[in-house]
Design a protein around this ligand. Structure first.
Ligand code: N01
Length: 540
């Protein structure tokens, strides 16, 4: 092993560990816990100044999860899930961050996490079957295994808007919100972007700002949320049925247990009645009213029209209502947004919807936003413009596999993986919720936990059989990517123009980025891949 220089110019041997995990969000923490539990030496490098990943960075007003907290939480410890009390059915960002900190302390993980450290390169040493990892703080680590727990929505999209740097007011990004409180009282605010993040913070900012301008390029379907405090009946019901419900969530296409909202009377309802029932249930429970029929374009058309009717009834100004109608996609072809009081917000006197569907923002001036001949004077700009999704965080690291092949080169046309877990030519390198997995089609937490189980079992297998390295065969990887494409061709939700398909980003190929065949089916295929001594892999 070669010596390296430390920051004082002193030569030393790099630290050698079993596994290096990149990122301390839900995925990285679960991975670290699993590694430590099985007795491996492991460490996390995390770029943020605290743990939490998504829930550290996205702390904008109104940020909360739209999967119920009882399910958007770890299942690996029954003691943890029985002990932790969620105050709301859909937890707000600060509560989720508190939960993750509790997990870190409870399982004594903090001493294995190095914060404010960004991994810059990950280079495979073929002779020794190990990874050499370096960071922006000049750390050098040697690890047998490297696990990318970098998240699929962690690198903000480059705004690429002329003049942004000359703006004299504050520019905030939903995906990198400051830790200190931000007040919009007595401020004129512009928000750009109306995706899941934008629609959550628009109603909140509107309550404070003197005036809020919402710059909308593409309207989305927004379903009302059913935010409620957790009462003891609901909590007891969950806690006494946790084992069975967690299992049922793994058997479901979205990794979410909806059983308790199912109701046999739905079967006799008309589609319009189902819609009303779904709207009342709110959030992703909306889907349960249609019981598996949402891949039907005719149903999607009906729902799209009925949501526009709701908008028309809610928003007093008919022209504003019409501008909020999604025009380029049907319901279900993109991820729907969920929030509370969204359409109602456009009835406020201090909110203006600015339609930019056929116009670009010409320029950000020192005092506002210029579009054609109109200037919007504002004090603050909020960017809710999304992410360099799915591959952004991985591309941010210089990754060299066997024979010096780089991941960036390998993925020029599109990301290629086996099950979103491993890549040919990159031995012992794992991705959690990587491209080619269901990514965020459903509940991220069971997806993360199942990926973690698969990885830790694979590492155990290698150790038990004294095997140095593992990577997918090119044939197995190709077969998986063909299957991902084939399934996408049959599924409505793969057709929308969104980050799912890489299409919201310039310079990224428009291609299928995640597996849309259902989380339950995905898990079966992960299980198969581990059978027969990892027959779809090279084991060296
Ligand atoms: O990002 P987005 P997001 N000028 O890409 C617009 C998860 N999430 O952060 O569609 C003007 O969806 C862009 O317009 P267009 C969830 O998985 C979860 O909101 O490209 N506008 C769009 O309106 C979600 O899907 C939760 O025409 C510009 C918006 O910005 C994912 O994160 C909460 C523009 C970006 O929408 C991403 O959501 C929040 C420009 N130059 C997020 N560039 C919960 O669990 C982009 N836009 C609750």
């Amino acid at each position: 092993v070669e010596h390296v220089l430390n920051t004082n110019g002193v030569e030393h041997l790099p630290e050698t560990i079993d596994a290096l995990v990149v990122g301390a969000g839900f995925a990285g923490l679960a991975m670290l816990h699993a590694l430590r539990e099985r007795g491996y030496s492991a460490k996390i490098f995390e770029a943020g100044h605290e743990i939490g990943g998504t829930w550290h960075w996205n702390r904008y007003p109104g940020a909360r999860c739209d999967v119920e907290s009882m399910q958007y939480s770890y299942s690996f410890s029954d003691e943890l899930q029985q002990q932790w009390h969620w105050s709301e059915r859909f937890a707000k960002q600060p509560e989720i961050l508190r939960y993750l900190n509790h997990v870190v302390d409870k399982f004594d993980l903090r001493k294995h996490i190095q914060l404010e450290t960004r991994v810059t390169s990950v280079i495979y040493d073929e002779d020794r079957s190990q990874w050499a990892i370096t960071t922006n703080r000049d750390d050098h680590i040697i690890a047998k295994f490297c696990i990318m727990a970098t998240g699929c929505l962690s690198i903000p999209k480059d705004p690429n808007i002329k003049g942004l740097d000359q703006f004299k007011g504050n520019v905030y990004s939903t995906s990198h919100w400051p830790a200190d409180d931000v007040s919009f009282i007595d401020r004129r605010v512009a928000i750009i972007g109306t995706g899941a993040s934008g629609v959550q913070c628009i109603p909140m900012i509107a309550k404070q700002a003197t005036h809020l301008y919402v710059f909308q390029r593409t309207p989305n379907f927004v379903i009302p949320a059913n935010y409620e405090p957790v009462d003891s009946e609901y909590e007891d019901d969950w806690k006494s049925n946790y084992t069975q419900r967690r299992r049922q969530s793994l058997e479901s296409p979205a990794g979410i247990f909806f059983g308790y909202v199912n109701d046999s009377s739905i079967a006799t309802m008309t589609d319009a009645e189902r819609f009303e029932e779904g709207w009342k249930r709110g959030g992703f429970s909306f889907y349960t009213a249609f019981q598996g029929r949402l891949n039907d374009k005719a149903i999607s058309e009906i729902i799209s029209k009925l949501i526009c009717d709701k908008i028309r009834k809610t928003v007093k100004d008919p022209a504003v209502a019409e501008t909020l109608f999604p025009y380029d996609h049907l319901f279900g072809t993109k991820r729907p947004c969920v929030t509370s009081q969204y359409y109602e917000t456009f009835n406020r006197d201090n909110v203006t919807l600015v339609d930019i569907r056929n116009k670009n923002i010409d320029e950000i001036t020192p005092t506002g936003i210029q579009i054609e001949d109109k200037h919007y004077d504002v004090d603050d700009i909020v960017l809710a413009i999304g992410f360099d999704a799915i591959t952004g965080a991985i591309f941010n690291i210089d990754i060299h596999g066997r024979s010096g092949q780089t991941l960036r080169d390998k993925w020029t046309i599109r990301p290629r993986t086996l099950l979103g877990l491993m890549m040919a030519h990159f031995p012992n390198l794992f991705t959690i919720t990587g491209p080619g997995s269901p990514v965020d089609l459903g509940n991220m937490i069971p997806h993360i936990e199942e990926n973690v189980k698969w990885i830790i079992n694979c590492i155990d297998y290698l150790k038990m059989h004294n095997i140095d390295s593992i990577e997918p065969t090119v044939n197995a990887q190709n077969a998986w990517m063909d299957h991902v494409d084939m399934v996408a061709g049959q599924i409505l939700c793969s057709t929308g123009n969104s980050w799912y398909n890489g299409s919201s980003l310039s310079g990224k190929t428009n291609c299928v980025m995640r597996y849309a065949g259902g989380f339950n089916n995905y898990l079966k295929m992960c299980e198969n891949a581990a059978m027969h001594d990892y027959a779809q892999f090279f084991v060296l």
